[in-house]
Design a protein around this ligand. Structure first.
Ligand SMILES: Cc1ncc(COP(=O)(O)O)c(C=O)c1O
Length: 387
């Protein structure tokens, strides 16, 4: 656990940012703009579609609308969240490989025309709408260095691509794109590079066989957060992708769907200790007002160890401690640590870079409300502060 201990009095600064409310998520539009621009600069000529699923908070979406972003949606409700913000459906792609008929129909009705398939059954599902939509075929490539693997659940094997493309052609379905997602929080872009090279090869083979005219390749997400509160050097991270981009023929447009890399650094959680007890093995249990049913589900779902700053008056002998959330569920615990000073009720805990897959999954389990979100002023960069 990346944990820093600071004097309790300094915690009041963070509580003040949150208007005295805890738990609260501080949202920084500045941070969104910075990460968006730096990823865009690292991928020249690539159209970025922000993955709404990673954090659909309206102010975040609005900030990206101002940046001229396009959007990756996974459902009709995500489309409906964007429409009032003035995003035309031409700037949205629906990327869920397995859709319900109801969602497919609603999404088409709302005006989205770009969809994804990764198997033959899904081709049958979209067949009735083939005249209104174009389709990307999702292929599976696994990044060994990404803790969140998406290539088991989704994606056709590259060896099956020709077969699916050929059947789509026979069914009159236009597959004009290939896409992949190497897994979230990839530690390098090496798999992006290999996958891009392979999809270019597949596009060429499909053209040679006359079974598909691939005009776009979508590199998905997997652009990481640092979880150390230093901005990711996207220029360096994307170097292997830029290298592979040199092999992409000029008639193929490139796209990507970043989620975590953009949303993670945009939010900071301000929480407090609401209870404590020394339990078995002489271990202190510290209960926070936010837990895995609130903003911290990524600890379980994505195995993320968020950097955290604890504001406390150091006292007593450092000892074993466990943190827990405010609900009654035994799984709502995290952060076992060996040498923590004794903490007190009211101590402030600030968790950094917690904007991705956090508030998006938070629920009201046990009647405990998720953290409130507080919009920081546009040029307020306190989320950068890392004690
Ligand atoms: C289809 C698709 N695109 C993009 C993303 C965003 O990925 P990341 O947050 O790793 O950038 C996801 C995440 O699950 C996804 O499923």
């Amino acid at each position: 656990m990346l944990t820093t201990i600071r004097p309790r009095s300094e915690g009041d600064f963070w509580l003040a940012q949150a208007g005295g409310i805890s738990p609260a998520m501080l949202f920084s539009p500045t941070r969104v703009r910075e990460t968006w621009r730096s990823l865009q600069a690292a991928l020249p000529g690539v159209t970025l579609y922000y993955a709404v699923k990673s954090n659909p908070y309206t102010s975040l979406l609005t900030t990206l609308v101002d940046e001229g972003a396009c959007f990756d949606v996974a459902s009709a409700p995500e489309i409906q969240a964007l429409l009032p913000l003035g995003v035309p459906t031409q700037r949205m792609i629906h990327t869920h490989p397995i859709k319900t008929i109801t969602d497919l129909e609603a999404s088409i009705e709302l005006g989205v025309t770009s969809f994804v398939v990764d198997n033959l059954d899904e081709l049958w599902k979209i067949a009735p709408y083939r005249n209104d939509i174009t389709v990307m075929l999702r292929l599976a490539f696994v990044a060994p260095d990404a803790p969140v693997d998406l290539s088991r659940k989704f994606g056709a094997q590259p060896d099956d691509a020709m077969n699916i493309l050929q059947i789509a052609q026979q069914m009159g379905i236009t597959i004009d794109g290939l896409c992949f997602h190497v897994g979230s929080q990839a530690q390098s872009a090496n798999t992006h590079r290999l996958a891009l090279l392979k999809t270019v090869e597949i596009a060429q083979e499909a053209a040679d066989l006359g079974i598909a005219n691939i005009e776009r390749i979508d590199m998905g997400g997997g652009f990481p957060a640092n979880y150390s509160n230093k901005p990711v050097d996207f220029e360096a991270f994307c170097a292997p992708i830029r290298e592979a981009m040199a092999s992409v023929p000029s008639h193929i447009r490139l796209m990507a769907e970043p989620g975590r890399g953009i949303s993670a650094p945009s939010m900071t959680l301000v929480a407090r200790i609401i209870g404590r007890s020394k339990r078995q093995d002489d271990t202190w249990w510290y209960y926070m007002d936010d837990g895995v049913y609130g903003a911290q589900s990524g600890r379980i779902f994505d195995h993320i160890d968020y950097p955290m700053t604890i504001f406390t008056e150091e006292s007593g002998t450092p000892g074993r401690a466990v943190f827990a959330g405010p609900t009654c569920d035994s799984i709502d615990r995290f952060g076992d640590t060996e040498l923590l000073p004794e903490l007190s009720i009211g101590d402030v805990i600030v968790i950094h870079e917690i904007g991705a897959y956090s508030i998006a999954t938070a629920c009201n389990f046990n009647g405990v409300a998720p953290p409130v979100i507080i919009d920081l002023e546009d040029d307020n960069n306190v989320v950068r502060l890392f004690a």
